[in-house]
Design a protein around this ligand. Structure first.
Ligand code: ZN
Length: 167
């Protein structure tokens, strides 16, 4: 009952992921409709409920434009698990403030990158200019598209693809 279920807004925009248990509660309460199952059935005492994979809310939910939360994991993902100084992909990654914090560098998307341990060590507490190191690309906030937000669930939930594409 804890498998992820993709929740679509009334206009079919993918907005959230909830548990199967929550999805069933929403469906039984008339708050959402089943869009895709394909996961078999849930047996309750009295009824047989299709096990949802995608549901759609009956009423449109208004919400602000989503932003990707700044975390190590999301920074590594944005940077394609690649050191942004040398392009290396293996050997583990660290989190680098491009302009060091003690020099006034902020903890924002445009000032954090993935760096391999040797590059991070070489850079030390310096700015890229001081360390004579160049970034492969200018760091930006990743777009909060549905494909980006829900992309990491697609491997296990291929059927979500059609509902995520284009948003
Ligand atoms: Zn490196």
């Amino acid at each position: 009952m804890h498998e992820p279920v993709l929740v679509l807004n009334a206009n079919f925009e993918p907005i959230n992921i909830c548990t199967t248990r929550r999805a069933v509660v929403l469906i039984l309460g008339g708050k959402a409709a089943l869009v895709a199952n394909g996961r078999g059935y849930i047996h309750t005492v009295r009824v047989l409920i299709p096990r949802p994979s995608v549901i759609r809310l009956q009423l449109q939910v208004h919400r602000p434009r989503p932003h990707i939360k700044l975390t190590r994991r999301e920074v590594f993902r944005r940077d394609n698990y690649t050191c942004q100084y040398c392009g290396r992909r293996e050997g583990g990654l660290t989190f680098d403030h491009v302009l060091p914090r003690y020099q006034g560098g902020l903890h924002t998307w445009i000032n954090v990158v993935a760096a391999c341990p040797p590059c991070n060590h070489h850079k030390g507490g310096r700015s890229p200019e001081e360390a004579h190191m160049a970034l492969l690309r200018i760091p930006r906030e990743p777009p909060a598209s549905a494909a980006y937000i829900f992309g990491r669930h697609l491997a296990e939930n291929q059927e979500w693809n059609d509902f995520i594409r284009g948003w």
